[in-house]
Write a protein that binds this ligand. Structure first.
Ligand code: C2O
Ligand code: CU
Length: 491
């Protein structure tokens, strides 16, 4: 979108950077991999972090027009042809409060079908709500409406496409944005939204497609981006307290966040809240997870790192490259006068504990990868294995779990495969109570729960609100598109 481009141009101009001109013209036709402009030496050091434009609800309503289109946009400091919401990567940040209504007019200007998912929102999955069965064809529009209940959890959420079969390509291509539910303010010097994603571009700045083995493992991009930038720089004074809203919007990459040299505290993950900010050394975010963090700054320059995470591999996929390896996401330069101290971080009400409620049902659900018939079929969609749950691939017309409205259920998710899978249930958040036999004592609410290779987790799910039909799936989005998704119907 033009305003962003202009703002970036101004910002680059202010830095006196030559990289804009050098990077913006003469894109090579050599097919060499995309070189982010930020990796080039520049007069002013690295580039300052940009943040997506913010739109917020007014009088209880957020009204958004959202055009999904392949456009030229600035990625990694250079012009690339990517998928955009309203012309930018990431899309705008939406800010709302519990009880608000969000209305979205989605226009599909892509050449493949799409739709919209408000990831993590506790809203109706029916009709024109958070309904994953909707398909909006190229050239078509669709009017969405999401009504957040008054007791909706605060925190970090996000929006992205969810049309089965095109989800991974579209998210990898650039379609995602942050969605913040406010209402749990903490005194801070500033708040930042950090949307982490990855992408692969060829030497012409065009999106690279994924090979069959990459799809089977879950593709990871060559470039790791923060708000569409490579290793942007954040600046602060010592003694400041910042609130960082971090989203793992990567298609398949796990992030193990750390910020050595600074004081990092966790306020929450997904829609779950820590009762008091908890000091942490690192935070694991599976694809789809979000973190609400407090950073108390100390003088010096620190790197926001992903420490690397071993998410396993299928035997035949060994050598598909280093997956979710260590990488630097951004730098934080802290200098200047000590900032004045801020008021204390308020205590927050404890999240509910479903263990206090009677249990109506128990079920077990297994991620499955089985040798399929179709060895390397035609085209890159050719699969070497069949992915699904309980041995079956996704079928929108089949109900896999029938649950009773108003009930509380225990779901045990097992993973007999040699790689981790992040389990995401729409609309009904899960309380994690056990991982690999280890009980979780504090109420811990998530909408994406990582299920380790050859491991299992136990969760509790409250089906009191929002009857209707929705899905659960692997948030390695290539796996979801390949069939690792199933239908839950609540009535
Ligand atoms: Cu973020 Cu069903 O997805
Ligand atoms: Cu998976």
């Amino acid at each position: 979108m033009e305003p962003i481009t202009r703002r970036e141009a101004l910002r680059f101009g202010a830095l006196g950077a030559l990289g804009v001109v050098a990077g913006g013209v003469g894109l090579s036709r050599t097919g060499l991999p995309w070189r982010p402009a930020a990796s080039r030496p520049r007069a002013g050091g690295s580039v300052a972090l940009l943040e997506p434009e913010v739109v917020r609800s007014q009088d209880g309503l957020l009204r958004v027009e959202l055009a999904a289109a392949r456009r030229e946009a600035t990625v990694a400091g250079r012009a690339a042809r990517v998928l955009t919401y309203n012309g930018t990567v990431p899309g705008q940040t939406w800010r709302v409060r519990p009880g608000d209504r969000i209305e979205v007019l989605l226009r599909n200007e892509l050449d493949t079908p799409t739709n919209l998912h408000t990831h993590g929102l506790v809203v109706s999955p029916r009709d024109n709500g958070d309904n994953p069965f909707i398909s909006v064809d190229p050239g078509q529009s669709f009017e969405y409406r999401f009504d957040l209940p008054e007791d909706h959890p605060t925190g970090v959420f996000w929006y992205h496409p969810h049309r089965h079969g095109t989800v991974a390509d579209q998210v990898f291509g650039g379609l995602y944005g942050a969605l913040i539910v406010e209402g749990d303010e903490v005194p801070v010097s500033r708040e930042r939204v950090l949307v982490v994603s990855d992408i692969t571009l060829d030497g012409d700045g065009e999106l690279a497609s994924a090979s069959a083995p990459q799809v089977m493992m879950g593709r990871e991009g060559d470039l790791v981006l923060v708000n569409g930038q490579v290793r942007p720089e954040l600046t602060a004074r010592p003694g400041e307290r910042e609130r960082w809203r971090v989203i793992n919007a990567c298609t398949s990459r796990y992030l193990r966040l750390a910020l050595p040299g600074q004081d990092l505290a966790l306020l929450g993950v997904d829609g779950g809240h820590e009762p008091a900010a908890r000091e942490v050394e690192q935070v694991l975010l599976a694809p789809g997870n979000r973190a609400d963090l407090l950073v108390t700054t100390r003088g010096g320059t620190s790197e926001l790192r992903s420490l690397g995470y071993d998410r396993g591999a299928m035997g035949m996929m060994m050598g598909a490259g280093d997956l979710s390896g260590p990488t630097t996401l951004a730098t934080l330069a802290v200098s200047g006068d000590q900032a004045a101290a801020l008021g204390p971080v308020p205590e927050r009400p404890a999240d509910p504990d479903l263990r206090d409620r009677p249990l109506d049902e128990r079920r077990e659900i297994a991620f499955t990868m089985t040798m399929g018939g179709g060895m390397m079929g035609p085209g890159r969609r050719g699969m070497m294995m069949d992915l699904g749950f309980d041995g079956r691939p996704f079928d929108a017309d089949r109900v896999d779990q029938q649950t009773a409205a108003g009930s509380v259920e225990e779901w045990t998710i097992t993973n007999p495969t040699p790689m981790d899978h992040p389990f995401h249930l729409h609309v009904w958040p899960m309380q994690l109570i056990e991982t690999n036999g280890e009980p979780v004592s504090e109420p811990t609410w998530r909408d994406v729960v990582n299920v380790p290779a050859n491991g299992r987790v136990r969760t509790l799910v409250d089906f009191t609100h929002h009857p209707g039909r929705s899905v659960y799936h692997c948030h390695i989005l290539d796996h979801e598109d390949a069939g690792m998704m199933a239908v839950v119907d609540t009535r």
